[in-house]
Design a binder for this molecule. Sequence first.
Ligand SMILES: Cc1cc2nc3c(=O)[nH]c(=O)nc-3n(C[C@H](O)[C@H](O)[C@H](O)COP(=O)(O)OP(=O)(O)OC[C@H]3O[C@@H](n4cnc5c(N)ncnc54)[C@H](O)[C@@H]3O)c2cc1C
Length: 396
Amino acid sequence: MFDFLIVGAGFAGSVLAERLASQLNKKVLIIDKRNHIAGNAYDHYNEEGILMHKYGPHIFHTNSREVFEYLSQFTAWRPYEHRVLASVDGQLVPIPINLDTINKLYGLSLTAFDVDGFFKSVAEEVSPVRTSEDVVVSRVGRELYEKFFRNYTRKQWGMDPSELDKSVTARVPVRTSRDDRYFTDTYQAMPLHGYTALFEKLLSHPNIKIMLNTDYKDIVGMIPFREMIYTGPVDEYFGYRYGKLPYRSLEFRHETLDKPVHLPVAVVNYPNEHAFTRITEFKYLTGQQHQKTSIVYEYPQAEGDPYYPVPRPENAEIYNQYKALADATPNVYFVGRLATYKYYNMDQVVAQALTLFKKLAKGEQRGALTDAPKKPVIESNVWNGTITNVSKNGVH
Ligand SMILES: Cc1cc2nc3c(=O)[nH]c(=O)nc-3n(C[C@H](O)[C@H](O)[C@H](O)COP(=O)(O)OP(=O)(O)OC[C@H]3O[C@@H](n4cnc5c(N)ncnc54)[C@H](O)[C@@H]3O)c2cc1C
């Protein structure tokens, strides 16, 4: 009998597995329908021996000391500050827009003191600020909005920024300084040996069993467990009874080039040209030395793996119906990006998982874990104690 069945071996599921196993001595089975651990943070060496991120570039950054110190138990770090250029009007200029972006684009020599005045002179008054278009136009004016944001957003979301909630573009700041770092968080670093290596350590506790290539629907009636932590899509869990929650997806086209370096920085955005939104060169992120280099193009699309929840009020309404069901479901905890239908960065998901763990440990939520054993969610007759019978190649 497992104390916990954890669905999904991404950050949400794996952090909870580690905490429950190591701190509360719980017996945990973690499953994933993919053929690997680490969720969307999964990285691996390609056929040329170059470390790459299968699901697009994942850059770790956080302001949370707790999250950074927690993960530091499972990895050493490589200091890394992310930089991005945008291809606009035939030039490569820093994004987020900063002093150098404006000077380069318009052939000016403004100083940090002048540039705020420049933004004010081009900004449009918008009240109230409701959409993504409003956010940008009210900060940097229509021309920069057209050059940098409008088409990028249309490609990324398949919708005009005027149709999207303000929270989407609120993620892209504008700077009056020459600071060209993409993130300004206190902690910015990449796992020294990659994310998958970090996850292998997270999941190495003897109380944790891993089963891959396994959809939870296929085993849920077969394996006895007391409680479940579910990190898959919440609408799928409830059989889509209020409809499908919309996601935006991506197609990743990976290429390996026969030269040591391809881009001037890790990522170049293409707001206006091409069907893809950006190209990433992985060696900048990993620090790997290699005579070849590996890049990925991202093509946004409507169908495919669920990556970005679409933040529109009607979707929030559907989600709230699912959330009410989730809250009323005993002994199942919904956590992570897909289960809460919210775009979270990795550090936010780790923080969410640590918070849930603390609640579980204190027994604050749905009865104390440390009290008398709970009635199992599933009591199974077919359980024979060997999970290898369920999935031949997925058990570690
Ligand atoms: C293109 C892209 C780039 C990103 N870049 C960054 C970045 O630079 N920095 C950053 O901090 N964050 C980034 N993120 C966000 C990051 O990927 C997430 O924060 C993180 O993956 C969330 O972890 P999770 O455990 O909630 O979900 P996931 O990593 O998605 O894990 C959920 C797991 O559940 C499994 N699952 C789902 N349904 C089932 C089922 N029925 N049965 C069994 N298993 C199931 C899935 O296969 C998956 O492995 C990026 C995301 C994307 C899409």
